[in-house]
Design a protein around this ligand. Sequence first.
Ligand SMILES: Nc1ncnc2c1ncn2[C@@H]1O[C@H](COP(=O)(O)OP(=O)(O)O)[C@@H](O)[C@H]1O
Ligand SMILES: [Mg+2]
Length: 356
Amino acid sequence: MHAHLNHKLNEDVTVALSDSASSDVLGPGPERLLKLLCYRFYREKESSFQESIQHSSSLIASGAFGSVYGNHHVETNQRVAIKVVPLPKTISNRSAIVDVFSEVSALEVLHDVEDVVALVDFWVSPTCNAYCIAMKCHPKNLKMWRKGVENGNPEKGDLFYKCLEYFEKVILAVDAVHEMGVTHYDVKCDNILITDQGEVRLVDFGEASVRPGWNAQNVYNTRDRGTECIKSPEMLTVCHAEDTNRPQYDRRRKIGTNAASDVWSLGCLLYELLVGEFLFQDEDWTRFYCRLTGRGQQLIPDNARTALLDRFGSDGREILELLQTTMLVRNPTRRISTKDLLRYIQKRKKKGETQS
Ligand SMILES: Nc1ncnc2c1ncn2[C@@H]1O[C@H](COP(=O)(O)OP(=O)(O)O)[C@@H](O)[C@H]1O
Ligand SMILES: [Mg+2]
């Protein structure tokens, strides 16, 4: 599709397509897709944006699917981060357009949500041979902050309450996103940026499900998404969800994953914040899979229990209890809601304030 639309002989087609895509009846989706498929839009509009980016771009991070560069945007005098995701090299390579489309759709739908990184622009670039997503830049993320604590940052004294403070902000952000019909599906410290004022900004919506006008609690998905060790049990088994012959199949239950999956990942994130490591990371995948999906099996590994208790004593015990009875509950319908979780954390923070 990409190759056909950018062929010289098809120039007239893209003009006609762009006229029909901009009609209000179809909503913003087709225009977004065309912008990601055709170089024409880059040449017409985005090139001016590109020109005003100073070419002193520095690499912020690079991952399996692309890299993020920090740049200075002269016109608006702000720092922008550009996520660059390469186009497939050959027709048989996997195309990232679905992920990029999800990401820009989510960022556009969430443009009024303060806790989400601000989208500046996006385009497909013939010079970089890549999809580009420009966002406001916030150089620090929660993982870096946690590493700083380990390296003797003065904040170590009140680590427990500082973690609860950030955790409260992350819950607020995830709840706001759910209300707008978006499930993030990759909530972890890496994907939470921190502003200079200490506020949080969610990033990386490449795995997200986007259904504007709905509450994400009511939107079910059957695609396997996200980072393995923070996946919920229902996500790990989602490929069997539609198999009506399996013994656990229950026609009364909704099929697939929903916003409750993010609550499971929030539980993993709370542990990651407090201890600085992933809760369920295990080089033995089968053991990890059985731990999460096998009913009756001990869920939280012994070494993770010890880590919490050694570092935080009775506070650690309380967190263990909270994880086991609210966020890390295998049955998603019995898992705590973001609103109830928020109330619990706010109450717990207050208790700490009155004690000190
Ligand atoms: N707007 C941004 N400002 C600064 N750093 C960012 C921004 N967006 C992403 N990053 C950094 O780049 C890393 C990778 O970006 P991300 O969108 O999470 O891509 P990936 O899909 O490779 O995980 C993030 O963990 C974060 O540290
Ligand atoms: Mg990421």
